[in-house]
Write a protein of this length. Sequence first.
Lengths: 320, 278
Amino acid sequence: MTKTKFELKMGPATREAFGKALAELGRENKDVVVCDADLSKSTYTAAFAKEFPDRFFSCGIAEANMVGIGAGLASSGKIAFVSSFSCFVMNKGFEQLRVTSAFPQVPLKVVGTHSGISIGEDGPSQMSIEDIALACSLPGFAVIDPCDEVAMKALVKAAAYHPGPVFLRAGRAKAAIVHAPDQEFEIGKSIELIPGSDVTVIAHGLLVAEAIRASEALDAEGISVRVIDMHTVKPLDADAIEIAARETGAIVVAEEHLVDGGLGVRVAQAASQSYPCVMEFVGINNYAESGTPEGLLDKYGLVARDVIAAIRRVLPRKRG
Amino acid sequence: MATMTQTRSLVELQAIAKTIRRHIIEMTGAAKSGHPGGSLSAVEILVSLYFGGHLRHDPRNPQWKDRDRFILSKGHACPVLYAVMAESGYTPVDQLTTLRKMGSLYQGHPDRRFIPSLEASTGSLGQGLSLALGMGLAARLDRSPSKTFVVLGDGEIQEGQIWEAAMFGAYHKTDNVCAIVDNNRIQLDGFVKDIMAVEPLADKWQAFGWSVIEVDGHSLEELDKAFEQFRSTEGKPTAVIAHTVKGKGVSFMENNPKWHGTAPNAEETAAALKELAG
């Protein structure tokens, strides 16, 4: 793999890409149905609702029931998506996800938008910093966080035809375009974006672009940083982690999620079972506050600067 | 059409109900745990559906797409469902007394991983109505004649999700869904009125926009009429408020909160079976 300079042009938010992909999916397959809990303008399911009113079910502000409705639809053979802000569908609907989707193996598709702290001004009650941890604790769920429009478009379709239940995470803030338009995606298969030999940064969501920026900045200093887009947090691409550990001897995991229960602990678990190496973690440790998305990501330590700092912490600890 | 709708006389249905009650006692007696009271109160409701021709189903073809669906939302009452499904031919009758034992088909609460012909895994209260409404929407999209029946406990409807679902059902005019409230007036800790009153039940469901029918939940004739009325009701879902007696059919279990979640011991099992003989 040759190094290419990333342009990182700003693209739409992944929630917007989700809405567009969902409407396309609706055109392609009439078994696709969608439920939303009074947030369709924000989750962008409104486009599907407008085009397919018969297959869109407004649930009102009642996420627990929405999950049950979706599970009932899925039990009867529909490709059922339920969508809301991630914090609401995952926290208020968690027990329903457990009993009516995970436990009976009903292939419900759950899409949580407004994940992380980059939603900005609305503040912590609307921010979702625990959703990956919650979704990963549901046996059988695939947990996916696409980093840009290209990834979201492909992974919405992959989620729809995945035989099991899926949690798909989307963000409110605009997301830089990371992937080439023809990039292929497979659930559970990570993508190496930049080759590197000194350290590997594994990221999901918005932090993938930050990892790229960090890698390019350190390249000038002669530090070779591999960057992996781990779009699927579960099932984890354990092979890519083992190879990264063997070949680079150090891993930094970067994510817009609580460090506790996030991708980082899952990568550490996988590495400990294959090829233990030194690690550092870039993530969230507590509830944030209101502010601009850029301001919050900066204040709470989720930008390239923080990835670079983590790399500088981990490199001296590498074993001879 | 491959329906298994059979015409059985009232006497035949009453005999089946008695058989189901004996199974419930034998199952919980053998398990030494379980929920006999709320199983016994729902016997006529399930017998009317499964054997009285109101649930269009085919035990030889459980995945028949246009079948009617049945969900026991009050999953702890699964002995009645297991007994009815076994007597219908879905699962073996001779294994009923393995209830709650490791590896048994007959898990402590309904589990689709063990019995794939169950429409839902239940046991965490308050969730079956949402599932039923989702299935109703799917049937409507598919232009299928399939109806969905769901049995709720009167204690269970203290769960808020039930009322989220009640709003949803009326708003989406899900007239192919019938909820039956097994109104046996008792929950684990005591009488419903003393734990968290749910009356006036009929008024509540009416106010939420449902077609409401009140019946004696042990009268097969009244259940018959209610289910027929449900089939001819358009534009709104139906709630059948079935007034029942917890522990019905076993004198010492009737109307006593103790039998919500206590199994009969050997002597009690023998005494109950004596009452249910014939």
